[in-house]
Write a protein that binds this ligand. Structure first.
Ligand SMILES: [Zn+2]
Ligand SMILES: [Zn+2]
Length: 242
């Protein structure tokens, strides 16, 4: 558990990050790693001197298996409410499959990457979602100055959480920061045009800290976001022409 802003903590769960937001009114877990990450989440909470019952909310950025973990079990242990975007909630409830790119649209290397991940109903945790979120919805009753930012493309209901006061944005898989800031994995990003537009939106928001699902949180994000914004503009031009 690493503190990266006054109310924000990174929980490194191996393949993916989860985050913890602590405020006077709430303790929010954002994402939950893979299904077997539950002991790691518990360990992280313990290190922050928190117990399961201290968790008040679980926010899910998007319904990919490396982000939802075993959210129903965490909800059961903690009594926390599960909140996710309106378009992502049906997947989390098991009413709709994960939305993936048409294999024909992928390069062979991306088709191969995709074949390695067994994305199916059997590996996907499903459970209750108590509240469906909308773009730009204020969540300041939980955390001062926190807002929902809908960032579609990587999935239809992919959502970030922006705290203007502290200058951070939890961005899920809107980008990755594995070897510098980059576009999310093409193999799992069904709408590249929307995904690039979402990157532009993050660049327009200009968060100082960009806390992503994969890779270290970026602490001085402005310059790298400027570069991504220029790339997004040229990629969008190319996509519109082609
Ligand atoms: Zn994802
Ligand atoms: Zn991911």
């Amino acid at each position: 558990m690493r503190q990266i802003a006054p109310s924000l903590y990174q929980l490194n769960l191996g393949i993916a990050n989860a985050y913890l937001i602590r405020s006077k009114n709430a303790v929010v877990l954002v994402d939950a790693g893979l299904q077997h990450s539950l002991p790691k989440v518990e360990h992280g909470l313990k290190r922050a001197r928190l117990a399961w019952r201290d968790l008040t909310h679980i926010f899910i950025t998007h319904a990919h298996p490396d982000h939802v973990g075993n959210f129903p079990e965490i909800a059961r242990l903690s009594g926390a409410q599960v909140w996710a975007h309106r378009l992502e909630a049906p997947i989390l409830r098991g009413q709709r499959p994960v939305w993936l790119p048409d294999p024909q649209s992928l390069r062979w290397v991306d088709r191969w990457t995709r074949s390695l991940a067994r994305l199916n109903r059997e590996t996907q945790a499903t459970g209750m979602v108590q509240r469906e979120l909308e773009d730009d919805e204020p969540l300041s009753h939980l955390v001062p100055d926190l807002r929902v930012v809908h960032l579609p493309g990587h999935s239809a209901g992919h959502t970030g959480f922006y705290n203007k006061l502290e200058g951070w944005l939890i961005g899920g898989d809107v980008m990755m920061n594995l070897v510098g800031l980059s576009f999310p994995m093409a193999a799992f990003t069904p709408d590249p045009a929307k995904a690039w537009r979402s990157i532009l939106r993050v660049a327009t928001i200009q968060p100082k800290i960009l806390a992503l699902g994969h890779g270290s949180p970026l602490l001085n994000a402005e310059e790298a976001l400027g570069r991504m914004s220029r790339r997004a503009q040229s990629e969008l031009q190319r996509l519109e022409v082609g």
